[in-house]
Ligand binder design. Structure first.
Ligand code: FE2
Length: 328
């Protein structure tokens, strides 16, 4: 019988709890902090998570149709993220560990975005194009670690889209609205294109777009913004594919829900004769199922985290984690 793992996600605005059994997701519940104006204030996010955690937990158990005694292990997002948000999930995980006397498994959130693609879509060894609000990284496995082949040097690509949307008065989150508006145009307005080696810079493009807001149609700006930053992302992805010789790419993160980015990733894969994996949106955005599924993989390999080592690591990088649950 496959083991039952509870997963807790709390790196940023989403507080989620999921229950998985082996590779099967039994429940995946989440409640996300949102604001009408402005961005995320870390202590407000932690207040949100504190308020909702018990409801989310009860719903996750109810939907999975299990009792807390049936949980075999507790996986939680230990890194990276906002300290005050991570702390709520980690404290709850430790409490459950003490009450239920079941092992803890600390998970790196970025790695979980990749592992869920391997588990749910049967990708073997993909290059993850991780595009979210806070993160933009090209990640692939090599010699016992998930290496970063390219990344943003300033803001995440989702943060770029949301900031542009805020300046344009589109509200938060702006990404889905920009996706829709961009479809109404094919008039490209020239923008800076900032690829530095394998890395990306978005700040200058944002400033440039802001200066153009009054002079151009919003549809044309949305179209041009998307075409530019997604082309940058695909350029470094393609180079990572060429360098590593890997045969699969996987999209992950909230921006992976964007229809134009999905189209460009599929085109890239087709032209290079490789596979492109895209998860359902529910598993692209931050979710606890990916934490639980990564926990299940680690548990199978008898990797757990001691209470003393369960402290949060807000700044841990993807390539600091020794991946001892992949045997290749
Ligand atoms: Fe994420």
């Amino acid at each position: 019988m496959d083991k039952i793992v509870l997963g807790i996600e709390s790196t940023a605005h989403t507080f989620g709890i999921a229950v998985v059994q082996g590779k099967k997701v039994l429940s995946n519940i989440r409640d996300s902090y949102s604001t009408k104006k402005g961005g995320m204030i870390p202590y407000k996010v932690s207040e949100h998570h504190l308020k909702v955690f018990l409801d989310v937990f009860n719903q996750a158990l109810k939907t999975a149709n299990i009792s807390s005694e049936q949980i075999d292990a507790i996986a939680f997002s230990q890194s990276p993220g906002l300290g005050p948000a991570l702390r709520i999930g980690a404290t709850f995980a430790r409490t459950l560990h003490l009450l239920l006397k079941k092992p803890l498994i600390g998970i790196n959130h970025c790695i979980a975005h990749l592992e869920i693609g391997r588990v749910l879509l049967n990708a073997k060894d993909p290059i993850l194009v991780y595009a979210s609000g806070a993160n933009t990284q090209i990640i692939a496995y090599d010699a016992n670690k998930y290496r970063i082949f390219g990344e943003t040097l300033d803001i995440g690509i989702g943060n770029f889209l949301d900031s542009f949307g805020r300046y344009a008065g589109l509200g938060f989150p702006a990404g889905p609205k920009i996706d829709v508006l961009a479809k109404k145009s094919n008039n490209y307005i020239e923008l800076p294109y900032n690829v530095k080696g394998m890395d990306l810079v978005f700040g200058g493009i944002l400033t440039n777009l802001r200066q153009k807001l009054k002079r151009y149609k919003i549809e044309d700006l949305c179209y041009s913004a998307q075409e530019t930053v997604f082309a940058m992302l695909m350029e470094v992805t393609e180079r990572a594919v060429a360098h590593t010789g890997k045969k699969e790419i996987l999209l992950g993160g909230g921006v992976a829900c964007n229809s134009r980015l999905q189209e460009m990733a599929k085109t890239l894969a087709k032209e290079r004769g490789i596979k492109c994996f895209i998860l359902d949106n529910e598993y692209n955005v931050d979710n606890a199922a990916m934490i639980a599924l990564t926990g299940a993989l680690m548990l199978q390999n008898e990797i757990t985290t001691s209470f003393a080592d369960s402290i949060i690591k807000p700044y841990e990088r993807t390539d600091e984690v020794v991946v001892n649950w992949r045997n290749e």
